[in-house]
Design a protein around this ligand. Structure first.
Ligand SMILES: Nc1ncnc2c1ncn2[C@@H]1O[C@H](COP(=O)(O)OP(=O)(O)OP(=O)(O)O)[C@@H](O)[C@H]1O
Length: 221
């Protein structure tokens, strides 16, 4: 798996958030994106995940310009934004089932529902499957969104502030999933203001990309 940025840049309100960014994301790498508020982390993730076309430079997926292999890229990538991105009027199960149906991974309804039940159990929501999301706590709502990771199809995870509202045990579990995903040949790009403690730094998969807030970006080699 490889995703490359070549001379990537993005300007907002006559200010370059970043420019000339050459960066390679490879199998087995977990990239933590750091930087002050407003420095451009979310913007970079939205560009990387194919949601924003307003940038300079080039993105390559498996060596091909993204524009030429967009469908294959979108099928291989899972983006979870800093908002949970779930429908509050639907239940936890309906949200996940809807997501899976849209992803076209599994068309058989019964198999899909079993996988959704399993994924919700893995994020600690057993017994809450039929609860409307609007009646769940902030952390539980975030867990519904994160349950998509447990459905486990995409090789590249792009996660914007996934730890928001998650309790300490949930943070450890999510870090464990990210490490396991990388060790199995996947890749993760994650922004977080949360201090990860020792787990990720000692994992051997962690790399850092740091925004300095002045338009400079520093990439671990
Ligand atoms: N749609 C937009 N139009 C104009 N400016 C925008 C837009 N979206 C973001 N910006 C600006 O781009 C800059 C970078 O925003 P971004 O959300 O990428 O920062 P961030 O590093 O993720 O911040 P935080 O740590 O607060 O989440 C900010 O100054 C923001 O105001």
């Amino acid at each position: 798996m490889q995703l490359d940025t070549l001379k990537l840049g993005c300007e907002r309100d006559e200010r370059w958030l970043f420019s000339d960014l050459d960066w390679q994301i490879r199998s087995g790498e977990l990239w933590r994106i750091e930087g002050p508020n407003g420095s451009g982390k979310t913007t970079l993730l939205r560009i990387l995940s194919g949601q924003m076309a307003d940038y300079t430079g080039t993105l390559l997926w498996q060596g091909e310009p993204l524009a030429r292999c967009r469908e294959a890229f979108m099928a291989s990538m899972l983006y979870i934004g800093h908002r949970p991105g779930i429908k509050k009027a639907l239940t936890a199960l309906e949200n996940l089932d809807w997501y899976q149906a849209m992803s076209a991974f599994e068309k058989r309804r019964g198999v899909r529902r079993d996988a959704c039940f399993q994924a919700l159990a893995e994020v600690g929501l057993a017994g809450f499957e039929e609860t409307p999301v609007e009646n769940l706590s902030a952390g539980q709502q975030r867990r519904v969104a994160l349950a998509r990771l447990a459905l486990g199809h995409q090789r590249l995870w792009i996660l914007d502030e996934p730890f928001t509202a998650i309790d300490r045990a949930g943070v450890r579990q999510l870090e464990g999933w990210m490490m396991a995903h990388c060790r199995a040949g996947g890749s993760v790009v994650v922004t977080s203001h949360h201090d990860s403690g020792e787990l990720l730094p000692s994992s051997g998969v962690l790399k850092n990309l740091r925004f300095d807030g002045q338009g400079g970006v520093h990439v671990d080699c």
